[in-house]
Design a protein around this ligand. Structure first.
Ligand SMILES: [Fe+2]
Ligand SMILES: [Fe+2]
Length: 177
C-alpha cells in the first residue's frame, strides 16, 4: 500500500464514515483521498505552488459535485430538513471562499494547510453527524436507495473515475453500481 492509501484507510476507519449508500460513500471516501493528497504535497518541502493550486482546484471541484449529488438525492427522498442540510453546505462553501481563499490567495501553502485542517474537521463535524442523520432517515423509511441512486446517476450524468472506484473496492468492498 502506498503512504496515501494507508493514510486514506486510517482516516476512513478512525472516523467511521460508512453510510451504506455507495453513491455517497464513494464521494466521501474520495474526499479523504483528496485530503491525503493535499497532506502529501504539504509534507514535501519541494512541492511547487502550482501543484498545491491544482490540488486546491480538486477540492473545489469535489465540493461542487458532492454537494449537488447529496442535495439531489435528499430532494428525491423528500428529506424534511433538506433546507437545513443545504444551508450547512452553503456555510461550508462561504467559509472556503471568503475566509480561506480570499484571505490567503497569495500563499498557496498556507491556504492548503487551512483547507486540509478544515476538511478534516468537516469529516467529524458534518459527515459523521448531519450526513449520518439523513442516513437514519433512509434506513427508517426502508427506501430502495440503490434504485434511487441509479436513477439519479442517470438523470444527472454523475460519473465515477477509475481511481474513485479503485479506492472504493480497496477500502469499502464490491462496487455494485
Ligand atoms: Fe456529504
Ligand atoms: Fe452533507
Amino acid at each position: 500500500m502506498s503512504s496515501i492509501e494507508e493514510n486514506v484507510q486510517n482516516i476512513w476507519n478512525s472516523n467511521q464514515l460508512l453510510l451504506g449508500v455507495p453513491l455517497i460513500d464513494i464521494q466521501h471516501l474520495w474526499l479523504i483521498v483528496i485530503i491525503s493528497q493535499l497532506n502529501h504535497l504539504l509534507e514535501e518541502s519541494v512541492s511547487e505552488n502550482f501543484e498545491l493550486d491544482n490540488q486546491i482546484g480538486a477540492v473545489l471541484n469535489y465540493i461542487d459535485v458532492h454537494f449537488k449529488t447529496e442535495e439531489e438525492i435528499l430532494k428525491k427522498l423528500n428529506y424534511p430538513v433538506l433546507a437545513v442540510h443545504a444551508s450547512q453546505h452553503q456555510e461550508f462553501v462561504r467559509h472556503i471562499n471568503q475566509d480561506l481563499i480570499a484571505e490567503h490567495i497569495l500563499d498557496p501553502r498556507s491556504l492548503a494547510k487551512l483547507m486540509r485542517d478544515f476538511l478534516l474537521k468537516w469529516l467529524s463535524s458534518h459527515i459523521n453527524v448531519e450526513d449520518k442523520e439523513y442516513n437514519y432517515f433512509i434506513k427508517g423509511k426502508n427506501l430502495d436507495i440503490h434504485q434511487i441512486s441509479l436513477e439519479l446517476i442517470k438523470e444527472k450524468s454523475i460519473e465515477f473515475s477509475e481511481d474513485q472506484i479503485y479506492f472504493y473496492k480497496k477500502i469499502i468492498g464490491d462496487w455494485i453500481i
